[in-house]
Design a protein around this ligand. Structure first.
Ligand SMILES: Cc1cc2nc3c(=O)[nH]c(=O)nc-3n(C[C@H](O)[C@H](O)[C@H](O)COP(=O)(O)OP(=O)(O)OC[C@H]3O[C@@H](n4cnc5c(N)ncnc54)[C@H](O)[C@@H]3O)c2cc1C
Length: 415
């Protein structure tokens, strides 16, 4: 039976980055997934490394926006009414995390990760020979109406205090930076310290290839076959059983199933999101990802075309796609930018794995010695994969981690 120091379950950006970080520190690692690396949530995101705000993505506290959401008319957030009873407790906890003092707490708690996220990606991209995917030219947030711009000012102010680098632009300046935009917005913010990638799947694949070329093993298998043995954890894989002295769960939105089998229940929900690519000619091409804040979507230049990603949909993870938000916001997107025909007939659907306080869980699994967790990266998994991989690797090896790991540990939900 093939044996290793650490078996990692899940080869999305989080699992693959963790594999590289452990391998870099001299451990033998087997990475397992039922699919090829990067083909689930880590495929379809907006490709942004960093957040436009130091505040997390959470519920608006603005009465008009809340009424729009309650009536299911918002383009930014939508829910299946039949699903609400199943997620009510989670939604209440998530709503609490949008209180001003909680937003500040999360902004400070996430700062050690967010402020190092890009540097950590750059280091992995460099060693994987994949720097060609990276654009270091920032991201642009557009505000069609002045009240929505006024509402983000406290976050901008806190961001400035925390060292964020951004410029506030008027309509003309923003159109000079991004000439394809129609001037239908009043305010813009160019966050210069944010980067993006032109192909998130390409990045995860490049990391996985680098892991393999350094001697790492990738196996195909179902994580739910995991069994605890005397000397470690065993997985049934297509290549036969494999065994790790320790195991890391990095299954993103699927993590809860395996953990429930092992008796661990943490409050993970999913926030579904869609994307479609649109063909474009050179006159309509974008150089930066753009957030249309009042409507609630992002357009990112990708290798496949302009990728339009939606906000949040609350429904069962595996419920059939209902891309209502995409249909509703497309006329608004066409007003902002000359989009060509959709590249795909059916939009892509993915599920952001989210804890109610918006922070991931990274650290040991309570009462399960030898089992480690890194999941629930929510809206920021592409950004945070490499840096949370480093934090977990340093914690597992007993090194002094670059930051206090306690805010991210599972115990916060069990006390
Ligand atoms: C529309 C949208 C836009 C986004 N935009 C951004 C952005 O711009 N920037 C950003 O930082 N983040 C963004 N995100 C969030 C980001 O994509 C996710 O947080 C991240 O991809 C999660 O990575 P992961 O590795 O945890 O999960 P995944 O990529 O889903 O990986 C989990 C892996 O587990 C495997 N798996 C599941 N079940 C099993 C099983 N039983 N056995 C074996 N393997 C299994 C899956 O095949 C998968 O490969 C966005 C998300 C969405 C949906």
């Amino acid at each position: 039976m093939k044996q290793c120091d650490v078996l990692i379950l899940g080869a999305g950006i989080v699992g693959v980055s963790t594999a590289l970080q452990l391998q870099k520190r001299g451990l033998s690692v087997i990475l397992g997934d039922r699919r090829s690396p990067g083909e689930e949530t880590s495929y379809g995101n907006s490709g942004v490394i960093g957040g436009p705000s130091v505040y997390p993505v959470t519920f608006p506290r603005n009465a008009r926006k809340l009424v729009e959401i309650a009536l299911n008319r918002s383009t930014a957030a939508r829910y299946n009414p039949a699903f609400l009873p199943y997620i009510a407790g989670w939604l209440v906890a998530h709503y609490r995390s949008s209180a001003p003092e909680r937003l500040e707490y999360v902004a400070h708690a996430m700062h050690p990760l967010m402020s190092r996220a890009l540097a950590e990606h750059e280091s992995l991209l460099d060693s994987a020979g994949a720097l060609g995917y990276l654009r270091r030219n920032g991201w642009i947030s557009l505000y069609r109406h002045s009240p929505s711009y006024e509402a983000v000012k406290p976050a901008l102010e806190l961001g400035r205090e925390m060292g964020r680098v951004f410029s506030v632009l008027d309509t003309a300046d923003a159109c000079r930076l991004e000439p394809a935009l129609n001037p239908i917005f009043r305010h813009a913010v160019h966050s210069q310290d944010i980067a993006s990638v032109s192909d998130p799947l390409g990045v995860t694949r490049a990391y996985a290839d680098h892991f393999r070329s350094n001697g790492g093993t990738f196996v195909t298998g179902d994580a739910r076959s995991l069994k605890r043995q005397k000397s470690g954890w065993q997985l049934d894989s297509g290549e036969g059983p494999v065994m790790g002295r320790e195991v890391v769960v990095a299954l993103g939105p699927w993590s809860s199933e395996l953990l429930a089998q092992l008796g661990l229940h943490l409050p993970l929900a999913v926030q579904r999101g869609y994307h479609n690519h649109f063909a474009t000619d050179s006159s309509a091409d974008l150089k930066h990802p753009v957030l249309d804040a009042d409507i609630g979507y992002v357009i990112s230049p990708m290798e496949q075309g302009l990728r339009l990603t939606t906000g949040v949909e609350f429904d069962r993870r595996d419920a059939r796609p209902t891309p209502v938000q995409l249909e509703r916001l497309l006329p608004q997107a066409h007003r902002l930018l000359k989009l060509g025909p959709a590249v795909e007939k059916q939009p892509w659907l993915g599920a952001r794995p989210c804890f109610p306080d918006t922070m991931p869980v990274v650290g040991p699994a309570p009462k399960l010695p030898g089992l480690w967790l890194t999941y629930g990266h929510g809206h920021m998994g592409l950004t945070l994969g490499p840096i949370t991989g480093r934090l977990l690797a340093e914690t597992m090896l007993g090194e002094t981690p670059f930051t206090d790991p306690r805010p991210y540990q599972a115990e916060r939900f069990l006390n």
